[in-house]
Design a protein around this ligand. Structure first.
Ligand code: PLP
Length: 452
């Protein structure tokens, strides 16, 4: 859609006047004259009101796994809306879409995760996971196990509990966050704290930090550890080999439940259906969202293993938790068709066999660029750590300045990426082709050259 300048400008003004944006610097937005308004998408491409094309290097917000413009998904949504747009799943009722989705998911999930609770967002899924953990420990007679161990740089959502679980200090700077009984261990972030360390030693040190957090809280008070297999929003922090095995052993040693937040890693992003499979993690609880419906509908899920679910199912009385839209029929029908597309088109294999090596090769070649300090890739996820000291003697620019400059230039030149601290992250739709990855790398290289 190519809007005349005046119409585009009017839309921007209306947006500035009435739209409070998430995670946005509104003064900057106003200084920019308003947002870039996206009109439609196809595959990995987006278009704006000026008719300019943008390669979506972030799959929206890590979610549009099957790419844009899928008529199968809009068709399923329309059919379900005509048939049954809504009914709840409370109080002894259910409907076909949610039953079929649950059965499908149980077949895809790692063995042992058979029961699925639904919500609308990743944040709600993680809130639900905390509540289920605490219900579980209450049901088995250890209600004091209310502490949840998370990690610095983690992102688990934006509700009060989600922000508390998250390890980003900027999200903790209002009163009441973090909520009590959430503690944070160090992240397995070698670029930050393991430079020059041998991988195994760093894995030991990072896992030890989890154990220290458990010991500091008192192991008998700790109910669960929560972690993203790869930290996404924290900067695509890929843990060192052996880290997850160590963390898992620590959880077993103290009888602590393990929650995998698969909101970003799930549904093919790491080259397996779930990040837990990539790192051989056996979680008790798994939270999912984003790629579950490829963002075509808001839906999230919490898969619960036998150990946790058994006492909850046997308890007399209701499970006192749920959302009006838990298992929404339209969202469930779309999610089911989305999973069918991922399966039918072999997108998990496509990530493993095509996207992962092409991203690793294309971005890996930038490791020698004067502006780049480190390149990390795994599956269809990648991060570039920039080293602005190399262009700014003394390195005295505020953190994030150079990455933001590169990100903004990429955006102008037709590539959507995201700046995290002094780095850039990538998570394109899984359908991306090698030619499109070449285009991504070409645009990025041009922008790095221009800023260096
Ligand atoms: N967990 C992870 C790992 C995420 O990356 C996000 C969002 O980016 C969330 C949870 C929160 O999901 P939502 O924004 O749908 O609440």
């Amino acid at each position: 859609m190519n809007l005349p300048f005046e119409a585009d400008h009017a839309l921007q003004q209306d947006d500035l006047a009435h739209h409070l944006h998430p995670f946005t610097d509104h003064r900057q937005l106003a200084a920019d004259g308003g947002p870039r308004i996206i009109t439609h998408g196809q595959g990995v491409w987006l278009w704006d009101t000026q008719g300019r094309r943008l390669l979506d290097g972030m799959a929206g917000l890590w979610c549009v796994n099957v790419g844009y413009g899928r008529p199968e998904l809009s068709e399923v949504a329309r059919r379900q809306m005509d048939r049954l747009p809504f009914y709840n799943t409370f109080f002894q009722t259910s409907h076909e879409p949610v039953i079929e989705l649950s059965k499908k998911l149980a077949g895809l999930l790692p063995e042992g995760l058979e029961h699925i609770f639904y919500a609308n967002s990743g944040s709600e899924a993680n809130d639900t996971a905390i509540r289920l953990v605490r219900h579980y420990w209450q049901a088995v007679g250890q209600p004091q196990r209310s502490v949840i161990v998370s990690r610095k740089h983690a992102y688990h959502g934006s509700t009060i509990a989600g922000a508390s679980l998250g390890g980003m200090s900027s999200m903790h700077d209002i009163p009441g966050i973090p909520i009590p009984d959430v503690v944070h261990a160090e992240a397995p972030y070698a670029w930050e704290s393991g430079k020059g360390m041998e991988e195994e030693r760093f894995a030991d040190a990072a896992a030890r930090s989890v154990e220290e957090a458990i010991l500091a809280a008192g192991p008998e008070r700790v109910g669960a550890f929560i972690g993203e297999p790869i930290m996404g929003a924290g900067g695509v922090i890929v843990p060192p080999a052996g880290y997850w095995q160590r963390v898992q052993a620590i959880c077993r040693r103290y009888d602590i439940l393990l929650i995998c937040d698969e909101v970003v890693c799930g549904f093919g992003r790491t080259g397996n259906w779930f990040g837990a499979q990539t790192f051989d993690i056996r979680p008790d609880i798994m939270t999912m969202a984003k790629g579950l419906s490829s963002g075509y509908q808001p839906i999230s899920a919490v898969a619960v293993g036998e150990r946790v679910v058994a006492p909850l199912l046997e308890r007399p009385g209701r499970l006192p938790h749920g959302f009006t839209y838990s298992g929404h029929p339209v969202a469930a029908a779309v999610a089911l068709e989305n999973l069918n597309i991922i399966e039918r088109e072999g997108l998990v294999e496509h990530v493993r066999e095509t996207v992962a090596p092409a991203l690793a090769g294309g971005l890996g070649a930038l490791a020698d660029h004067p502006l780049v300090g480190e390149v990390r890739t795994l599956g269809a996820m990648a991060a570039l750590e920039l080293s602005p000291e190399s262009i700014q003697p003394g390195g005295n620019l505020p953190l994030g300045t150079v990455a933001t400059r590169v990100r903004n230039l990429c955006f102008e030149r037709g590539l959507a990426t995201r700046a995290v601290r002094e780095g850039l992250v990538f998570a394109p739709p899984l359908v991306i082709t090698t030619d499109e990855i070449d285009t991504l790398v070409d645009i990025l290289t041009g922008c790095l050259d221009a800023v260096a």
